[in-house]
Write a protein that binds this ligand. Structure first.
Ligand SMILES: NC(=O)c1ccc[n+]([C@@H]2O[C@H](COP(=O)([O-])OP(=O)(O)OC[C@H]3O[C@@H](n4cnc5c(N)ncnc54)[C@H](O)[C@@H]3O)[C@@H](O)[C@H]2O)c1
Length: 359
């Protein structure tokens, strides 16, 4: 293998190594191998046999358990980390210090303090640090972002997200840390510029004695007066993945379990005329009107989210600009989860997200 500078020619595929060959790592392997932007050089796992099995007998990609050797390889310019969250700081920091661009699976790190260290290191070195918030790269969420940023729904009034099913009760994290990162990363991704959460309150329960919340409700207040609610639950016999986004002009319903009509946009809602000169009774009786217009279901192309995510990683590396889901977005998600845990422990007290705005 020839040794190249880490500042390789702009049109050359970017040498990449995947670390972690467990459940999720093989999905990254498959998408890097399918991309013309990248050349997969290594798959690294503490269990080298697992890495070899993922690659198969005829692969020219190296399988190894030696991260230091991977990081010493100058043909590797980028690393993608799919190891457990508790190892993200150590593996990602080693990669950044070796001068590699880094993609980290969600969550960015095990705590916001650790996430901050990674963001600071990447910025100091001018390297791309990206967090794989996979849902953000689905055609549905990309469209929702366009609609909200483009003002087609009007001003955001509320967002209501339900992510419930009979889930695997995790041994180390509660249902909030297991499922809500998806909703929080989506919220972070779709909110129009300048609209930010300012507080979170979380309520939860563990009625099966699992030792951690199995059902939880997060309420976030936004700086505009809008509200976001997230319901996550491991104990529901039915699976629901539905988000409703109410805007002043239209309301969007995203049903991720309905492939033939994931998005529906309703020109239906409630309007209230100006009430300044009226008393309370008149206000209630006269000025609320109901709009009952059309519903449209936008056509979405079916495209694997990880394929788009991998392309965004390449774009970020080549352009030297932050990825759509950069390290800071990963940090914001962790900051909300930490504040939500604080609230849960405090009986649902509303916790301000002062820090969030500065991330
Ligand atoms: N984006 C998504 O939708 C999505 C889905 C599932 C998992 N994930 C994330 O992917 C990450 C991995 O999750 P998983 O379910 O694949 O875990 P896993 O336990 O199945 O696999 C982790 C692998 O990492 C290896 N490993 C651990 N420490 C290592 C180290 N220091 N160096 C090299 N290899 C090491 C283990 O041997 C194991 O093979 C987590 O951060 C998880 O949250 C993301």
């Amino acid at each position: 293998m020839s040794v190249k500078s880490s500042h390789a020619a702009a049109d050359e595929p970017i040498g990449v190594a995947v670390v972690g060959a467990g459940y999720w790592g093989p999905n990254l392997v498959r998408n890097f191998q399918a991309s013309t932007e990248f050349r997969l050089r290594w798959l690294c796992d503490l269990d080298v046999g697992r890495a070899e099995r993922v690659l198969g007998g005829y692969s020219t990609v190296g399988a190894t358990d030696d991260l230091a050797a991977v990081l010493a390889d100058e043909t590797v310019r980028a690393v993608a980390i799919a190891t457990p969250a508790g190892t993200h700081l150590q593996v990602a920091m080693a990669a950044l210090r070796a001068g590699k661009h880094v993609l980290v699976e969600k969550p960015l790190a095990a705590s916001s303090a650790q996430g901050r260290e990674l963001v600071a290191e990447a910025e100091r070195r001018g390297l791309s640090l990206m967090c794989d918030h996979t849902y953000c790269y689905t055609p549905a969420v990309l469209r929702i972002r366009d609609l909200l940023h483009g003002g087609e729904l009007g001003e955001l009034q509320y967002l209501d997200s339900v992510r419930i099913n009979l889930g695997l009760v995790q041994r180390d994290i509660d249902v909030m840390w297991d499922l809500a990162p998806h909703d929080l990363s989506i919220l972070d991704f779709v909110l129009p510029p300048g609209v930010v959460p300012v507080s979170v309150a979380a309520h939860g329960a563990d009625r099966i004695g699992a030792g951690r919340a199995c059902v939880a409700y997060l309420t976030l207040h936004l700086n505009t007066g809008a509200i976001a609610h997230i319901h996550v639950n491991w104990l529901s016999p039915v699976k629901i993945r539905t988000t409703i986004i109410g805007g002043s002009k239209r309301t969007l319903v995203w049903d991720d379990l309905n492939p033939s009509q994931r998005l529906s946009i309703f020109d239906r809602g409630v309007d209230v005329a100006s009430t300044e000169e009226l008393g309370d009774e008149q206000r209630r009786d006269m000025l609320v009107s109901y709009r009952s217009g059309d519903m449209i279901a936008p056509a979405l192309t079916e495209r694997e989210a990880l394929r788009t995510m991998v392309e965004e990683y390449a774009r970020s590396i080549r352009s030297g600009t932050p990825a759509l889901t950069d390290g800071r977005s990963g940090l914001r998600v962790i900051a909300i989860l930490e504040a939500a845990s604080q609230s849960l422990a405090d009986g649902g007290r509303r916790v301000d997200l002062d820090e969030w705005a500065t991330v």
